[in-house]
Design a protein around this ligand. Structure first.
Ligand SMILES: *Cc1c(COP(=O)(O)O)cnc(C)c1O
Length: 394
């Protein structure tokens, strides 16, 4: 008889030995910049709630009103009888927001990415992804069975080389990239990727999880920031659990794209629809994100302040103008020591380690929010300068 627990424990030992042990903290307050975790109060620089909407009372009351009318669970998948009018209304609003013909809601960004690639690509396709793409894009390519290759981060020439090398054997070619890279904060060179795709008859798929709400006209995202149309970027994925402070995701594009996903995408068809109240809350969030431009303005000011002062302290910033401001540390242990130091100062920042980021590039993933005050940013910088004096930061 196999001792399954012994096998699993030895797998766990390997994780621990590699310095990759992950632990969950228990959040005892609403999400925000001032949070209570494991019985202590912290100033937080960890969430993706860039606009500070996750605990906005307008989202809460929109959800409550929807629950009073629609109950809680959706009760079925979209194609059976779970497609509530709240979902429908949100899809129309999302399509308008990002300037696309149609949008389709998904339970999560992870599932949206599995759905897109497994529906559009097959074993005779070539899928080319940026080396730093989000795990869900990589897994989507795997699920499709397509030949998958990675090109150098943010490098259209490397992309072209991969197409030259592998494209001829493929019946269709897809280029997939994050719009804003989740662990680095930099933007994909979208106009250049559009040009390479046009020259090589490839379909561009952009996951804008971290651009939506933050960049572009009224927060419409990275494609809006670059002024790119549906013809140039036929497939756009957006997530609703980050700047919009809600939950879920969507794919936007042409009527044909959306209809094909409804007909064929298994991660769409074989899963229960989101609770309708979630869609109602997202609709409220969308309205706030569009109308309250001051949130983006404050965010821009906090990013500028942080970068300016961090450079002054000689910290190793990365090339990012977005709310994701990682500090490159290097070793896993050094990154963990630094987060512990910050935690003693009442500041919560998470260390991101391999395999989420490449080996030897452990970092603090500092994220800023429109709700951080100048003093909050000052407290973080002060704690970082102390860490530097103590030799915790090189
Ligand atoms: C967070 C994230 C996802 C996953 O979205 P969820 O809705 O959280 O599942 C997908 N892509 C990128 C780039 C992300 O950062």
């Amino acid at each position: 008889m196999t001792d399954w627990d012994a096998q699993w424990r030895s797998a766990l030992d390997e994780v621990r030995a590699a310095g990759r042990w992950r632990m969950r903290r228990e959040l005892e307050s609403a999400q925000g910049v001032n949070i209570r975790v494991d019985g202590r109060d912290y100033l937080s620089f960890c969430s993706n709630d860039y606009l500070g909407l996750a605990h906005d009372e307008r989202l809460v009351s929109a959800a409550q009103q929807a629950m009073a009318q629609a109950g809680f669970g959706a009760g079925a998948s979209h194609l059976v009888i779970g497609h509530h009018h709240y979902h429908h209304e949100l899809e129309i609003a999302l399509a308008r927001f990002v300037g696309r013909e149609r949008a389709l809601l998904f339970s999560s960004g992870y599932m949206a990415n599995l759905a897109v690639l497994s529906t559009l690509a097959d074993t005779s396709s070539l899928v080319l992804g940026d080396k730093l793409n989000h795990a869900s894009l990589i897994d989507g390519a795997k699920l499709s069975g397509a030949r998958a290759q990675r090109y150098l981060h943010g490098d259209p020439r490397s992309l072209q080389q991969k197409i030259d090398r592998f494209g001829k054997a493929a019946t269709s070619t897809f280029v997939i990239s994050d719009g804003v890279f989740s662990m680095d904060g930099d933007l994909a060179p979208l106009p250049e990727l559009v040009a390479v795709c046009a020259q090589n008859n490839a379909c561009l798929v952009i996951d804008d999880a971290h651009g939506l709400g933050v960049l572009g006209e009224q927060g419409a995202g990275t494609l809006s920031h670059f002024g790119l149309s549906q013809a140039q970027v036929p497939v756009l994925i957006g997530t609703l659990g980050k700047a919009l402070g809600s939950f879920g995701a969507f794919v936007a594009g042409s009527d044909a794209l959306i209809e094909l996903l409804i007909q064929k995408a298994r991660p769409y068809i074989y899963t229960t629809a989101l609770p309708p109240a979630t869609a109602a809350a997202t609709l409220a969030a969308l309205k706030i994100a569009k109308e309250e431009a001051w949130r983006r303005e404050i965010l821009r000011q906090r990013i500028a302040l942080f970068r300016h002062e961090a450079q002054h302290l000689g910290l190793r910033l990365m090339d990012s103008q977005t709310p994701i401001q990682p500090l490159l540390i290097g070793s896993n242990d050094a990154a963990m020591r630094l987060t512990t130091h910050l935690q003693h100062a009442g500041i919560l920042v998470v260390a991101i380690r391999p395999p989420t980021v490449p080996e030897g590039s452990a970092r603090l993933r500092i994220t800023l929010s429109a709700q951080h005050s100048e003093d909050d940013v000052g407290r973080l910088l002060h704690a970082l300068s102390e860490a530097k004096e103590q030799g915790l930061l090189t």
